[in-house]
Design a protein around this ligand. Structure first.
Ligand code: FES
Ligand SMILES: [Fe+2]
Length: 382
């Protein structure tokens, strides 16, 4: 198994539609949004139709092979997906099983079949899709399946942004006192200390302790605790665009986990999904509603700036931007992304070599279906 350090830093830039990302797992919907009717999503400029059959999600390129109409305009029948235009029907493997304009005994064209996603799975209430053969496993997070947590989902945000820069921003500690002065940041805690960073094959974990203004703590209003408190931040990053932040409140007690899942829609747009797991709200739905609003306000502070970034291409080459030691985590992100994309480059070279020896590319036909081992909590805030 390769490690982060083995892969050469060949990549200089990352756009939302870098072809290497076709081989990654991307969040494309919440599990609750995909039911028995077709659900359309767009990933890296390509539209997909998703639907659920016997509990499992099927995902196909959202294009009928007949006249290229969006299949998501059609409907799901017991036997499969029916196109809205001429009623061609496709079974759950994507094979055409009926062309109403032809007599039943007529031969159906061989090319009358749908292109399935190489991978589709569900994790922590999210649907993850890999358009082409995934070169890394989908993300995991053991803590969020723990039933002690109350789960809250933020409204889905669609915005002009770079998926790379959004992830960079999520783990950037130095911006807190400037962009987040009116929500959680303490103006006295400007200097960024050292985070402990440990890498795994597909991401990293960074632990950092700092002081912050705990405006959510009722103990502050009652005079029980000071406004400025300590907390431990544990960032878990899984390439390319999945992040978790676990916040352990060292002064007031309790744990919050924030999931941040970014779907690169096209060159200029992203969809942001965010979920909260909290053990400090006593099961109170109103308290969770306030927590969601608070988190949403923080994200909006970030998006005010992210929407206005002149370039939506994240530099991966550390010589393009100026970094300081306060940027250790955002440098780690670039390092992991270079390795992640480098795996695609290696795979691409290997595939080109193999296909020159064999006309058959078995990999192009491989479909991986994974079910989440633990099928995370189905408890939802709505
Ligand atoms: S376009 Fe789908 S059946 Fe004709
Ligand atoms: Fe921020």
């Amino acid at each position: 198994m390769s490690s982060i350090g083995d892969v050469l830093p060949q990549r200089k830039l990352l756009s939302n539609v870098d072809p290497a990302l076709l081989h990654s797992w991307h969040p494309v919907a919440r599990s609750t949004d995909v039911g028995e009717n077709p659900h359309r999503v767009t990933l890296m400029g390509e539209a997909w139709v998703l639907y659920r059959h016997e509990g499992e999600i099927e995902a196909f390129v959202d294009q009928c092979p007949h006249r290229l109409a969006p299949l998501s305009l059609g409907r799901c029948r017991e036997s499969g997906l029916e196109c809205a235009y001429h009623g061609w029907r496709f079974d759950h493997s994507g094979q055409c099983i009926e062309i109403p304009a032809l007599p039943p005994e007529a031969r159906r064209p061989e090319r009358a079949r749908l292109s399935a996603a190489a991978g589709i799975t569900e994790r922590f209430g999210m649907v993850y899709l890999a358009p082409r053969t995934p070169l890394s496993p989908p993300p995991e997070h053991e803590s969020v399946v723990n039933s002690r947590f109350q789960v809250g989902e933020l409204p889905i945000i669609a915005t002009r942004a770079s998926a790379g820069f959004l992830c960079d921003n999520f783990i950037d500690l130095a911006h807190f006192p400037f962009l987040h002065a009116s929500t959680f940041a303490s103006e006295d805690a400007v200097t960024v200390g050292t985070a402990e960073i440990s890498y795994d094959d597909h991401g990293f974990c960074a632990i950092y302790e700092h002081e912050f203004a705990n405006r959510e703590d009722p103990g502050v209003q009652s005079g029980l605790r000071p406004l400025i408190q300590r907390r431990k931040l544990t960032y878990q990053y899984h390439a390319p665009f999945t992040l978790f932040l676990t916040i352990d409140f060292l002064t007031s007690g309790g744990t919050n986990i924030i999931g941040f899942f970014v779907q690169p829609v096209n060159e200029e747009e992203c969809v942001i999904f965010s979920t909260l797991w909290r053990d400090d709200l006593g099961g109170d739905p109103q308290a969770m509603k306030s927590a969601i609003e608070f988190e949403r306000a923080i994200i909006e502070e970030d998006l005010w700036l992210q929407r206005q970034m002149p370039s939506l291409v994240l530099p991966l080459d550390p010589t393009i931007e100026v970094h300081t030691r306060a940027d250790a985590m955002t440098l780690a992100l670039r390092k992991v992304l270079r390795a992640h994309l480098g795996r695609f480059d290696q795979w691409n070279r290997h595939t080109a070599l193999s296909s020159s020896h064999s006309a058959m590319s078995a990999q192009a036909q491989t479909r991986l279906r994974e079910r989440d081992r633990s099928q995370p909590t189905r408890e939802k805030a709505r």
